[in-house]
Write a protein that binds this ligand. Sequence first.
Ligand code: FAD
Length: 519
Amino acid sequence: MKTLPKHGVKNVLIVGGGTAGWLTACFLAKQLGTGADADAVNITLVESKEIGIIGVGEGTFPSIRGTLATIGIDEARFIRECTATFKQGIRFDHWVRAPGAPGADHYFHPFSVPSQRPGGPELLPYWLQGAAGKDVAFAAAATMQKRVADASHAPKRPSDGDFMGPLNYAYHFDAGKFAALLSTHAQSLGVKHVQATVERVSLDDDGAIGAVHTKEESQLTADLYIDCTGFRAALIGDALGTAFRNINDVLFVDRALAMQVPYEQPDAPIPSYTIASAHEAGWTWDIGLHDRRGIGYVYSSRHTDDTRAEEILRGYIGKQAEGRNPRQLKLNVGYRDQHWVKNCVAVGLSGGFLEPLESSGIGLIETAAYLVSYLFPHDGDFEPVAKVFNEMMKARYERIVDFVKLHYCLTQRNDNPFWIDNADPASIPDSLKDKLAMWRKRAPHRMDFVVDYEMYPPSSWQYVLYGMEFATDLYANGKTLPRTEEARKEFAMIAQMSQRALADLPSHRAMVQYLTQRA
Ligand code: FAD
């Protein structure tokens, strides 16, 4: 029979100080408290200066606002210290068809949900029926956010409170600065910081982690170990040998080249969305911060080589890339079925990584950190909480894989093998095929989703599905849409409100400057 820690879980050791390590430290310190009294939990974070953090991961999902508020970091400080900007969604360029082909060359995934007045009709079926007018994209018809973002306006006004605003939003930020802010904050909450490199991990008689041995300190022990060592997965992978499920047969990209470049003009408008542009063997991200852009090409090594990938990246950036060299990263795409094994929990890249198309990385860290603090096994009985944690994380990963694949598999591009292979039914998980089959006959509905298992709300699925020009044949249900007139008025009202919003909301750069200068 396994032995529980005699005194319950009093000591937590977080190994790794990237976004995963420090965010988990802040969450635990805030939710569980730290301090000298007998009931307090002692949290220590050990990180290796020589290894460093991955330093990418600059786009987030709106859940980050709740996370920052929960751990107690105010919005102006965050914007200032992380050179952060607002992200209202993602613009997908050339995902449906290749550049130059007739038809729309981009679509938008906004974070605001489709407008719905209390008692008013749900707009999607009426949009499908054509009530918003010909060639008006669902994202443009159903929310004012696309027009606001297109015009480089902010999602909020100076008079709006922290993390509030008329439109839903997340942020772009500098990953290194974010880790530094979280580190200072966690230490102010009582987290102990050790700088050392873990060289070896020893197991106890139950096969659980017994201690971590570092180059500098002799050894560190705890009741619960949190593996935030990134792709190295030093505890959950190397020491415990937990299996990693590779999903390269579904999501092909496995390399990244990243570069940071200044703006051509220092006062250029800052896009308040990520620009994700499809290329011949992958896609580029383009993220605007206060003072620079972060750009990267993620690509499939089975469909191109590194030299060609660098040409694509340089071609996209243009002259700002001259004299700069990209960083190359190899990506382990997939996840572990078991994130929590005995006295060890994986949070962040050590648990899994799916390509950064919809910023799932930091979103999954938020979920995991919240779950560890919520499920925290004070009595040291890990098994029941591990079961819940593993079920929840696996379910989320599976659904994110489907959601990310949705962006690829509906493409009409057949200009090169990467896109042809992506639309091959053999590469589409059955769970996604089933959803698509259902949505050929009726519009997706929130009841199609188990919301607690999903990172992305039903509206995100709708925006991507119809952005990719998916066809839903509502003919059979045509007569069950009796509120066309009301829906038409609603679409007209959204268009009108967008004009008012443009007059009301400051430019994105002005709002960022305002918060940067706020004390
Ligand atoms: P890391 O940042 O790698 O941190 C690992 C830590 O462990 C470091 O402190 C390191 O020093 C320490 N460490 C490792 N080994 C040892 C050891 N032996 N001893 C002591 N310490 C050790 N996510 C998003 O949400 N949005 C995005 O836009 C996004 N873009 C991405 C783009 C790319 C190309 C990649 C690869 C990832 C992206 N991600 C994105 C994911 C995101 O970067 C990560 O989820 C996030 O940075 C968390 O990383 P981490 O803390 O798990 O790992």
